[in-house]
Design a protein around this ligand. Structure first.
Ligand code: PLP
Length: 377
């Protein structure tokens, strides 16, 4: 059994992907070929925003956003304590200070209540100027942007949606990556919409940010790339990856997103009565793209032995994430506020992600569930 079955997906899409990739090679338009523009247009339409700017990966998408917003020394950027390293990494890389916020114990996403407490704490402390919030759509579930945007307005902060795992999710009819004034995603192969290498994108309605990001993406270009008006990056999406993504976006829209939601619903239906496991919660009005299907169990010992039991049956599982951001050695110079992070600590000891992808067969789901059930007997 595969944790995320990219080989089966390729077999389903092979004819179209092979044809489109070969077309790029025939035309030799490897950098910024027409497929990149076409993909950006389709993605912007899907998300419902004016601009999509593709780039080299999801981390660059966040970094380019932080550059456009001018993150700098002395500024506090609020980041969930329970996420992938990149969400906080780019903050430190740009010289600002990541301030970690605990997550909600049910949704695993940034807790709006704890966010507001943290903002107040930083303001009272007076050492850093609050600038922005990076809220993550963890495991495919959009963060509570309705509450987070309100808090941001109250304190004059910008909200960035790190939708690396969230592409395809929704809150009511608002699509992920467009849930705040600027959003980013990743096309890393195992993400909800993945390419065959690295890739990423930024989404916004803001013309000025979009122009600045397009400049930063290509060496801070002005009128052209030999006219340089700012220090930038080289972070473009390859034409080959854009060609792959155009085919995959169709499959994603037409059936994969729905299929992955059916898998999640099946898991939850079969697992909800197993005493000892907590299945993931999708609040009313929210729709997930299920980057992960993550269980919560009683403690670390049980989690680790459940993982061993699954492995013995040939079932892969993953621990996302084993460590809170605030305990990462890399942030040791930056860490200021370490109180009120208990939920993240507990989750790092008790979560376990099960195999999850649109091509997971019913028999596979049943085998996973049976193994979990037997473990608890
Ligand atoms: C994967 C991921 C990123 C980084 O994306 P890359 O394309 O791997 O650079 C950023 N944030 C989150 C939450 C992620 O899961």
């Amino acid at each position: 059994m595969q944790f995320r079955d990219l080989k089966t997906q390729y077999q389903h899409l092979k004819e179209d992907i092979d044809r489109e990739v070969i077309k790029v090679m025939d035309n030799a338009n490897f950098i910024m070929g027409s497929q990149v523009k076409e993909l950006e247009k389709e993605l912007a339409e899907y998300v419902g925003v004016k601009h999509c700017i593709s780039c080299g990966n999801g981390t660059d998408a966040l970094q380019l956003t932080g550059m456009a917003l001018d993150f700098k020394k002395g500024e506090a950027i609020f980041v969930p304590d329970f996420t992938f390293f990149a969400s906080g990494e780019i903050v430190s890389l740009l010289g600002a200070t990541p301030v970690f916020v605990d997550v909600d114990e049910k949704t695993f996403n940034m807790s709006p209540e704890k966010l507001e407490k943290r903002i107040t704490q930083v303001l009272e402390d007076g050492k850093f100027t609050p600038k922005a919030i990076i809220a993550v759509d963890l495991f495919g579930l959009p963060a509570d942007f309705i509450s987070i945007n309100k808090i941001a307005d109250k304190y004059g902060l910008t909200v960035i949606e790190d939708g690396a795992q969230g592409f395809g999710g929704r809150i009511k009819d608002q699509v992920a990556c467009g849930l705040s004034s600027i959003g980013t995603t990743s096309f890393f192969p195992a993400k909800p919409l993945g390419c065959y290498g690295d890739g990423g994108a930024i989404f916004t309605d803001n013309d000025e940010w979009a122009d600045t990001i397009k400049s930063y993406r290509v060496h801070g270009k002005g009128d052209n790339k030999y006219d340089n008006v700012r220090i930038g990056l080289n972070s473009r999406l390859d034409t080959i990856q854009a060609a792959v993504l155009k085919v995959k976006l169709n499959a994603f829209r037409e059936y994969e997103l729905e299929a992955v939601n059916k898998v999640a619903a099946r898991y939850t239906e079969l697992l909800k009565n197993v005493d000892g496991v907590e299945t993931p919660l999708t609040p009313d009005g929210f729709y997930s793209s299920w980057a992960q299907y993550t269980l919560k169990v009683k403690d670390r010992e049980i989690r680790d032995s459940l993982q061993t039991t699954l492995k013995a049956q040939g079932i892969p599982s993953m621990i996302y994430y084993p460590k809170p951001m605030s305990t990462q050695l890399a942030f040791k110079e930056d860490i200021r506020y370490l109180d009120n992070l208990e939920t993240t600590k507990e989750l790092c000891d008790t979560v376990l992600s099960l195999p999850m992808h649109p091509y997971l067969a019913d028999e596979e789901i049943e085998k996973v569930v049976k193994t979990v059930e037997e473990f608890y007997k």
